[in-house]
Design a protein around this ligand. Structure first.
Ligand SMILES: [Zn+2]
Ligand SMILES: [Zn+2]
Ligand SMILES: [Zn+2]
Ligand SMILES: [Zn+2]
Ligand SMILES: [Zn+2]
Length: 476
């Protein structure tokens, strides 16, 4: 959750009306309409910015806001006075449409409707967006029906019924499916997932709404995530691709060994790969000198000590209440044959996430087995993240239509189905995991990854690694 909060910080900002026109709605901000009620009473700066006058009622007529023929003079005087003080021009027009409406700049001789460009005669007229309109000509940009009540919303200089505006732009919560409620001053605050764009009420971060431990999407009220034996929640999409036990992970391990071979970085030693539960991983990490703690949760570990680790021997099955149970675990005694005794990965994560963690841990192993000594955390984790990213890239490319395999071709033909993301939804998950790596805000994993990427893009992987070996730092 720490990670999540950090990334979402940007979407916490609240914008006053009129301050952020033109921002894309998916930026994580919701633009309040420029104004949601059309009657202008005051003429302070902010109001002039977003002036909006829709006048129909008796009351407003008395106040002189309705531009009805009898009150024309008064309005024109007001307009002139305002124009002088603002040094403003008449609103430029094209084909009867107003461009950049300039509030309070009313034509002084004839009054033409900004909708149909015909003269506005006696009877009711509307004054908004710096122009006058026949009531039937001021039409909602959403439904194209006339706007004849006070419920007018202006958004990006376009008029809407308040209800149409809401339907089109008011964000609905992906968790509770309700309109995200407005807080003070009509501002709306919401959280947005940086990759999926899922928007939800901030309170769901505190009300126990489960979050998928893999893709980090919040559980919608009408869906049920599954609960793993160790308490983690998994969305159904991630479950679909999940790797559940140690034997199921072996083909993936083989593929990643080949991936390293393809980079001329073969790991000669036979290092056991074990899938473990959360608790077993944390216990193993406690004793580890060079433990790598990644927030919000450590998902993999490259061990260098002799110990007994409980590994997942047989996948759990679906029990009642969407709970995965009856998993079989057993002890595995790690014996030191080289500087790396095992690689541990959290069980139950989708294949592409499991693989990227494994590619990351393999790099730790490779560095250790190739005499890289102790590196700074930023350098070591950064370069490991680069390998995780490269592997993800290769899977996404291999799974796409072009089917370009980037690993060694000799044995890849024997397991064609194991190569690459197999479906569109798996590729999308792969993109999500790539995004998690790229957008990581932590100074070790995030900044380290970005620094390592710059170096590799500039000098190539081999030269970057050589430089790290001799200097302990990235080449710049
Ligand atoms: Zn008209
Ligand atoms: Zn409408
Ligand atoms: Zn909600
Ligand atoms: Zn998920
Ligand atoms: Zn690491």
């Amino acid at each position: 959750m720490i990670w999540l909060n950090k990334l979402f910080k940007g979407s916490n900002l609240k914008f006053s009306a009129g301050q952020c026109h033109g921002r894309h709605a998916d930026d994580g901000f919701w633009n309040k309409p420029s104004s949601s009620l059309g009657i202008q009473r005051e003429y302070d700066d902010e109001d002039i910015d977003q002036a909006l006058a829709l006048s129909l009622s008796e009351e407003e007529q008395k106040k002189g806001k309705t531009v009805d023929k009898s009150l024309l003079e008064e309005d024109e005087q007001l307009a002139k006075a305002l124009q002088e003080s603002l040094n403003a021009e008449y609103p430029p027009r094209q084909n009867g449409q107003i461009c950049q409406p300039n509030p309070f700049s009313f034509p002084s001789v004839s009054r033409r409707c900004a909708g149909c460009n015909k003269e506005v005669g006696r009877g009711q007229s509307l004054s908004t967006m710096g122009a006058v309109w026949h009531p039937e000509c001021l039409r909602c940009h959403g439904c194209n029906k006339p706007i004849t009540d006070y419920e007018l919303s202006l958004y990006e200089n376009r008029p809407y019924h308040k209800s149409c505006y809401r339907k089109l732009y008011h964000p609905k919560c992906a968790v509770c499916k309700q309109y995200i409620p407005a807080i003070r001053d009509g501002h709306i605050e919401y959280r947005a997932h940086p990759f999926w764009g899922q928007r939800y009420c901030p309170l769901h971060e505190r009300d126990g709404t489960p979050m998928c431990c893999s893709c980090e999407r919040m559980e919608p009220r009408d869906t049920k995530y599954v609960t793993l034996d160790d308490g983690r929640k998994l969305c159904l999409e991630c479950l679909n691709f999940a790797i559940m036990d140690t034997s199921e992970c072996q083909p993936l391990y083989l593929g990643i060994k080949e991936f390293y071979e393809g980079l001329y970085m073969k790991v000669e030693q036979q290092i056991p790969l074990l899938l473990v539960e959360r608790q077993a991983l944390n216990e193993a990490m406690d004793g580890e000198m060079n433990g790598h703690h990644r927030l919000p949760e450590t998902r993999g570990l490259c061990l260098s000590e002799e110990k007994i680790v409980r590994t997942v021997l047989r996948r759990p099955i679906m029990g009642s209440g969407h709970r995965l149970t009856d998993m079989i675990t057993g002890p595995y005694r790690l014996i030191r044959r080289c500087d790396v005794t095992a690689i541990l990965i959290l069980y139950g994560l989708p294949r592409l996430l499991t693989g990227s963690i494994l590619a990351h841990e393999m790099m730790h192993a490779w560095l250790r087995l190739n005499g890289y000594g102790s590196l700074s955390l930023e350098v070591e984790e950064g370069i490991c993240q680069v390998l995780a990213q490269m592997w993800l890239d290769s899977e996404i490319v291999a799974g796409s239509a072009s089917n370009v395999a980037s690993t060694s071709s000799s044995s890849s033909t024997t397991r064609p189905s194991k190569k690459g993301a197999r479906t569109q939804s798996e590729r999308k998950l792969g993109e999500c995991f790539k995004h998690e790596i790229e957008a990581d805000a932590s100074p070790v994993y995030g900044a380290g990854y970005r620094a390592a990427t710059r170096a590799v893009n500039r000098y190539g992987l081999r030269r970057t690694l050589d430089h790290i070996k001799f200097t302990g730092s990235f080449p710049y």
